[in-house]
Design a protein around this ligand. Structure first.
Ligand SMILES: [Zn+2]
Length: 220
């Protein structure tokens, strides 16, 4: 199975505890440890006997499958909102989309230096600035289209509001956040470490360091 914490595959050795039964159903808890990340995985299984025997298994811990392990380069203030949007995704698309819109707006204000406005206009400012690679710019623009902001202006004016979601909107917002985290935090850090390693080699060879490139995002 794939570990819902770290997304690595492993051979699960499940242990079971029977919780007994109620009027219609029988319950089991099953659990195992992931040898990779050493975290526990716990499931609740329900077997309904009547009118037909059916099984339902739901993940209890973690609450949801991780989408992708988030880099530690992503600052806590954004990582927390993103993770909460992931955790509630299975139970509430509306709550998840509200959290991811809110996180997106804060991210654009901090990293793209947009003038505070509503989310739709802030996205437009970022697109007009031509600071994003075209594929991310297109995906960011689609946040407004997939979310049908034209019909739900509250999504834009009050980004954290719980409102109806369009099909695919909650997942799309998370995709875009992951792309922006990669662009604003992860890749610059990788590039910085590479430059640092190169400069060390240059210094060892008695040569001057390479020039630092222009920073593409507005602030750090
Ligand atoms: Zn794991």
């Amino acid at each position: 199975m794939k570990c819902p914490h770290c997304l690595e595959n492993f051979n699960a050795e499940w242990q079971y505890t029977n919780l007994g039964q109620d009027k219609n159903s029988e319950f089991d808890i099953s659990y195992c440890n992931c040898p990779g990340c050493e975290k526990k995985i716990i499931q609740l299984s329900k077997r309904v006997r009547a009118p037909h025997t059916t099984f339902q298994t739901s993940l209890i811990y973690p609450k949801a499958i991780a989408r992708t392990p988030l880099s530690t380069d992503v600052p806590e203030q954004f990582a927390v909102d993103y993770w909460q949007a992931c955790i509630v995704l299975a139970d509430s698309l509306k709550a998840s989309a509200a959290l991811s819109r809110y996180c997106l707006q804060n991210l654009l204000r901090e990293k793209a230096g947009v003038t505070k406005s509503d989310l739709s206009k802030e996205i437009q400012q970022v697109l007009d600035s031509n600071t994003l690679p075209p594929y991310i710019a297109g995906d960011l623009d689609a946040v407004r289209n997939i979310g049908n902001f034209a019909s739900h202006p509250i999504k834009s004016t009050n980004s954290g509001e719980i409102v109806e979601v369009e099909k695919g909107e909650a997942e799309w917002n998370l995709n875009v956040l992951e792309e922006l985290f990669e662009f604003y935090f992860v890749q610059p850090e990788i590039a910085r470490k590479k430059r640092e390693a190169l400069n060390k080699k240059l210094a060892d060879a008695g040569k001057p360091p390479m020039k630092a490139p222009a920073i593409s995002s507005v602030s750090n």
